[in-house]
Design a protein around this ligand. Structure first.
Ligand code: PMV
Length: 343
């Protein structure tokens, strides 16, 4: 008799490499309705970026790993213990789903400049979800991949899709409806995101810890969550109309409200530095001069500026000339998670 578990995961490739771009939210995700399953308290909307992501190779085999434990490499060297543990917990989900018990070799490289301290977990877990599920013999739909990626990092659910994506908070307790879907493909609208790097190194407090503290101590948390639905509806309409001014205005107020809720936590969470404020001032000056440029800020001090591709060089130059801005990257919309190779 055939084992039904084995038949769902066959044939299984020896090794799979997948790539995913990071994404930047224009309507932010900040707060969970279930921490264990990484279920967001509100929906969000993002732009996936090209050439700014993560590539991961996964191989499940009896002879993989070290002493039966997953071997996790990052950037060509053994990953630090915290990162490796996060990857192992994620692989356990994939093994359970595929009915597989082999350890894995995982090798991840980031095309996000890690020294820049920009978030890479979105790209990392989207690439890992795709590579690990395929290497385990699973063939998941984009929606199933989004659900799986979410377990690694909430924002990773959006990086399964290219261009603009919406992540649904969902209502089910098992999280099966907390998935993203694409709103606009990457080539549908010629915009750019200029990223002003304002500090080196890691952020001081992880988004998970910060979200939890905001939810439990900030008097503004519920007001923040209540504000998201209107921003999301406005952003969806603006996207459909390719209305940069409206989308940009939504992005700025969503970021500021998210940060306001975090700043009001106890102890406070303040990600900004003086260069963050200087970059915001630059964006406002550009706008006063008639250029459509709009900022957003994530769980860190960097300032990301949305503009039309025709204006990107001007925005880049203005940000680069802003005191204490270290450098400026210009990024285009990119595709969703893809398989690079399979053997
Ligand atoms: O996916 P996480 O847990 O790293 O949270 C992401 C949080 C923000 O980047 C600040 C906002 C967002 O929607 O991406």
């Amino acid at each position: 008799m055939t084992n039904p578990t084995i038949s769902t995961r066959s044939p299984r490739p020896a090794s799979v490499t997948a790539r995913a771009g990071t994404n930047i939210a224009l309507v932010k995700y900040w707060g969970k309705r279930d921490a264990a399953l990484n279920l967001p308290a509100a929906s969000s909307l993002s732009l996936t970026l090209a050439d700014f992501g993560s590539e991961t190779t996964v191989r499940f085999a009896a002879d993989a790993g070290e002493s039966g434990r997953d071997r996790v490499a990052f950037g060509g060297a053994p990953a630090d213990a915290k990162f490796a543990e996060r990857v192992r917990r994620f692989l356990d989900l994939v093994r359970a789903r595929a009915g597989l018990s082999f350890p894995a070799d995982v090798a991840t490289t980031n095309t996000v400049p890690t020294a820049a301290g920009l978030a890479s977990s979105a790209a990392g877990f989207a690439a890992l979800a795709l590579a690990a599920s395929r290497a385990a013999g699973l063939r998941l739909s984009p929606s199933e991949l989004s659900e799986l990626a979410r377990r690694g990092s909430g924002s990773a659910a959006r990086s399964i899709f290219g261009g603009f994506a919406e992540m649904h908070a969902g209502a089910r307790s098992d999280g099966s409806d907390a998935v993203a879907h694409q709103l606009l493909a990457e080539h549908a609208w010629d915009v750019r995101l200029c990223v002003a790097i304002t500090a080196q190194g890691e952020k001081e407090i992880s988004s998970t810890t910060a979200m939890d503290r905001t939810a439990t101590t900030s008097p503004y948390y519920l007001a923040w969550i209540a504000s998201v639905a209107a921003d999301l509806a406005a952003a969806r309409d603006a996207l459909a109309a390719h209305d940069l001014a409206t989308l940009g205005a939504v992005a700025e107020r969503s970021a500021l409200r998210m940060h306001a809720s975090a700043m009001a936590a106890d102890p406070h969470i303040l990600y900004w530095n003086p260069a963050t404020l200087a970059a915001i001032a630059t964006v406002k000056r550009l706008r006063a001069d008639g250029l459509l440029a709009y900022f957003t800020i994530d769980a860190g001090p960097h300032v990301k500026v949305l503009c039309a591709s025709a204006d990107a060089a001007k925005v880049q130059a203005a940000l680069a000339a802003t005191p204490a801005v270290l450098r400026v990257l210009v990024l285009a919309p990119g595709p969703g998670a893809t398989i690079v190779s399979e053997s």
